[in-house]
Design a protein around this ligand. Structure first.
Ligand code: SAM
Length: 284
């Protein structure tokens, strides 16, 4: 018989907790289909602890019990795990690079499909739509904006963002190479800044899980920023495989400065278009 771990001995406690986390992630996957089994452990653990404390629970096993029987608790955990921080024209230099390096390539096609993966509440999608409009490309583009989390997609679809963020977003827009007045794109409504419906005319919002779902189209460009950082190496490789499969030959993969294709098995399939902003083009 396996002796119970002695509480107070750090190693044994950590091992037990690791086992509880593994079981919890397996349970979530089997009950709800959300696959967090290959998420980077440190940030995952922090977020689980936060949820346990918010739910008034002491152990990961208690959290598992709650999640299995209460889908509202699962929704709350999903919000914790999926870290939805985003903003318009986030990291403006990315948009400068996109205008300079990617827009001319997209212009060579009569029609383009862009996948914005892990789009959160949509600020990135609206930013891309604005950029494409200004570059005369929006009319011949369809953007597929996906996220694992249905709730953030509802916000994205509504297109209303907090008014008090508009000052920062205007600065980002200008630094990102914006060509008009940022205020032309929204009206101030009592509930926030309501963005023009024309920006989502060519956008399809859909739930898609990068950890377990398949490809669903062929794209001329994929934008996926600040998402892969939450995944471990195995899951990052899976997602790189998915992106590679989903990109047309010479299609663009835009990851932003925090992520890279360099250490994945697909590194050789791309040439670098912009090293600082980690923008690549599929060549194999
Ligand atoms: C930090 S936000 C990034 C938002 C935006 N791309 C940006 O850079 O501002 C990360 C997003 O990835 C989504 N996400 C996390 N895991 C995912 C998965 N397995 N499949 C699809 N989206 C996922 C989260 O729900 C969240 O909205």
């Amino acid at each position: 018989m396996v002796p119970p771990p002695v509480v107070g001995e750090n190693g044994a406690r950590d091992e037990l907790e690791l086992l509880e986390i593994e079981l919890l992630l397996e349970a979530i996957f089997r009950r709800y289909g959300f696959d967090f089994r290959e998420y980077a452990p440190a940030s995952l653990k922090r977020r689980l602890w936060r949820r346990m404390s918010a739910e008034g629970l002491r152990t990961v096993t208690q959290l598992q019990d709650r999640l299995l029987h209460d889908s509202a608790a699962m929704e709350r955990l999903l919000l914790d795990l999926s870290i939805n921080v985003t903003s318009m024209f986030r990291d403006p230099s990315f948009y400068v690079a996109f205008r300079q390096n990617v827009a001319p390539m997209l212009r060579t096609y009569p029609f383009t499909r862009i996948w914005c993966a892990g789009c959160s509440t949509g600020e990135e999608v609206y930013s891309l739509a604005i950029l494409l409009q200004e570059e005369g490309l929006y009319e011949r583009t369809r953007i597929y904006a996906t996220d694992i989390n249905a709730q953030v997609l509802d916000t994205a679809l509504a297109g209303v963002f907090p008014l008090d963020k508009m000052k920062q977003y205007t600065q980002n827009y200008i630094a990102g190479g914006g060509k008009r007045e940022f205020s032309e794109y929204y009206v101030a409504a009592y509930d926030g800044a309501r963005f023009s419906r024309s920006l989502t005319e060519n956008v399809v919002f859909a739930q898609h899980n990068l950890a377990s779902d398949r490809t669903f189209n062929q794209f001329n460009a994929i934008v996926c920023r600040n998402v892969l950082i939450y995944f471990d190496k195995t899951l990052q490789d899976r997602v790189h495989g998915l992106f590679h499969e989903s990109l047309e030959m010479f299609g663009v993969l835009a990851l932003g400065h925090k992520e890279s294709v360099a250490f994945s098995q697909y590194a050789d399939s791309y040439e670098t278009i912009n090293a600082a902003e980690r923008i690549y083009r599929r060549v194999k």
